[in-house]
Design a protein around this ligand. Structure first.
Ligand code: PEP
Ligand code: MG
Length: 574
């Protein structure tokens, strides 16, 4: 019978294709004594040549699908293979110790890796050199052992990826023409891989716990990202039933597409803004295709994460300018670097912490490393003349943090103006509301900021003391818990009492259960994955604001997440 696997529905749509396991094969081996040194060296050279051929091919493909910067990592890998010192060292080991190529290879590369890692504290590039050698060693070893390494960049047939987890860079490498969806063992709905799947518009299931264990490479499977269900080796009837389900979803999407150039307005005529969350300028096409009225969150940390060193002011300026120009005068809210927590930079080693999510991250790093922060602000200020720029700071917990950030902003602005560089006059400065302390003190913040953007992904996690990516405790990650709703209401009311703008850029803004309540609470802007925008606009069209105000009042007075969910489900005909 077909095996069914349940997980968290992370990105809508239905895919039917063969499984492609993004899992490394077992590369263990035994050390052997060899008689024929020349033959062993020959095996090593053949494995080097085959690895190089792989990498050339992967690099060429990556260049087309991802661009030059992202393909650079493969150039670095090829350079490792071409290093004469490395191959001479391994061959020398084969000759002197009379061991098999696998043993000689790992002995020598382990020494290099240990050496580079030893230098990494003073020079972060060394950590990357070590990582490159580790990657290349794995590839050569796989060839020696006749094992196949997964090469996601080389996929050239329709597949569904099955992995333990997907890092943002794994996800960024996927070619949408062939990768029809993915399922992972770990992760939650708001983990970055899930957000990326929605940006790419491919169905995804996360947090299945058992996908890599239960699904074999090449098995036919159905991935239902609408309900979080995967079916392995489905029957003919199941395939046709899910083809129908997938087509119905596509038809629904085509209906929503008719709203692309329409306003975001309720049945009784109240107008809201629906904006998009983006990670790179490349995401703009999706924003415009899906009728985005602005960019409500530009996560600039991807600029830092996709780079081998701190991006220069010029590189940042180019990216910010592209987004501002691309949005042609519509609001673009740029969030300054949100590094730390689960987002690390290889070239900016952070101290090891017991609780990185409660540690040195986001605005805390920016205020400490104001050299990095000033470069980013200068790039933003210079780009500001190309559109309508709003800037916000992530993870602000206290007023002095905001004031310090604003002071640095004002200083950089004054410096640029003194140099005669044009800067927009009306850049708005706001904060993300992700820390409960800021949500509670929203009235004080509202007197000083221009706007709020509620980051519910983190706000829910910090309020419920439940990690957003931990599927073991996902039952506690409760967006509709009245405690969360009250925090949100407090923030929106505080903003409006001071004549300020209240936005939300956490995933909750696009959630069909939350949206009616947020309309009732008077949120001004809803910013979400581009692919959720038209569905949200369609839902908004059916809502009456007075009725939603009453619904929100009722929800705010309830006891539990489930009660609120049931209330909305019974009141709204989605
Ligand atoms: C939008 C948010 O930020 P991120 O998802 O990037 O942490 C949030 O926390 O809601
Ligand atoms: Mg956040």
């Amino acid at each position: 019978m077909a095996d069914e696997i349940r997980g968290i529905a992370a990105s809508n749509g239905v895919a039917i294709a063969k499984a492609y396991k993004l899992v490394d094969p077992d590369l263990s081996f035994e050390q052997r004594t060899i008689d024929n040194v020349e033959a062993e060296k020959g095996r090593l050279r053949a494995a080097f040549d085959a690895s190089k051929a792989d990498l050339e091919q992967i690099k060429a493909k990556a260049l087309v699908s991802m661009g030059e910067a992202e393909s650079e990592v493969f150039t670095a890998h090829i350079m490792v293979l071409e290093d004469p010192e490395l191959s001479a060292g391994i061959e020398g080991q084969i000759t002197t110790d009379k061991v098999n190529a696998e043993a000689a290879l790992t002995a020598i590369t382990d020494t290099y890796i240990a050496m580079f890692e030893g230098m990494a504290d003073d020079n972060p590039y060394m950590a990357e050199r070590a990582a490159d050698i580790r990657d290349v060693t794995k590839r050569v070893l796989a060839h020696l052992l006749n094992k196949q390494l997964p090469n996601p960049a080389l996929i050239d047939e329709e597949v569904i990826i099955v992995a333990n987890d997907m890092t943002p860079s794994d996800t960024a490498q996927l070619d949408r023409n062939f990768v029809k969806g993915f399922i992972t063992n770990i992760g939650g709905r708001t983990a970055h891989a899930a957000i990326m799947a929605r940006t790419l518009e491919i169905p995804a299931i996360v947090g299945s716990e058992v996908a890599t264990q239960k699904i074999a490479d090449g098995q036919m499977m159905i991935l239902d990202g609408l309900d979080g269900l995967a079916i392995v080796e489905p029957s003919g009837e199941q395939i046709s039933a899910y083809q129908t389900k997938g087509n119905q979803y596509l038809a629904q999407k085509a209906e929503w597409a008719k709203l692309k150039d329409k306003e975001s307005v309720t049945a009784d005529g109240k107008v809201f803004m629906i904006g998009a969350n983006i990670g790179t300028p490349k995401d703009l096409a999706g924003v415009l295709d899906n009728g985005g009225e602005g960019v409500g969150l530009y996560r600039t940390e991807f600029l830092y994460m996709d780079s081998k060193e701190l991006p220069t002011e010029e590189e940042q300026f180019t990216a910010y300018k592209a987004v501002l120009e691309g949005m042609a005068g519509k609001t673009v809210t740029v969030r300054t670097m949100d590094i730390g927590g689960d987002k690390n930079l290889p070239y900016l080693p952070l101290p090891k912490e017991e609780n990185p999510f409660l540690g040195y991250r986001a605005i805390r790093i920016s205020l400490d490393r104001d050299d990095i922060f000033r470069t980013q602000l200068r790039a933003l200020l210079r780009a500001s003349v190309y559109g309508n720029l709003w800037i916000m700071f992530p993870m602000v917990a206290t007023l002095p943090e905001f004031r310090a950030a604003r002071k640095i902003f004002d200083e950089e602005k004054a410096k640029l103006e003194a140099q005669g560089i044009l800067v927009a006059e009306d850049i708005k400065l706001g904060i993300m509301i992700e820390v409960p302390a800021a949500a509670i003190l929203a009235d004080k913040f509202a007197a000083e900021v221009d706007f709020f953007s509620i980051g519910t992904n983190d706000l829910i996690g910090y309020s419920m003391a439940a990690d957003r990516g931990n599927d073991k405790i996902s039952y506690l990650y409760q967006p509709y818990n009245p405690s969360i709703l009250r925090l949100i209401k407090n923030v929106i009311d505080a903003a409006h009492d001071h004549g300020k703008f209240a936005a939300m850029c956490g995933e909750m803004a696009g959630d069909p259960i939350a949206l009616p309540l947020l309309v009732g609470m008077g949120l001004d802007e809803f910013s979400m994955s581009a692919t959720s925008m038209l569905q949200a606009r369609s839902l908004m069209k059916k809502l009456d604001t007075t009725a939603m105000q009453a619904l929100a009042e009722q929800a705010l007075d309830m006891d539990t997440n489930d009660e609120v969910k049931a209330l909305v489900e019974s009141s709204i005909n989605n």
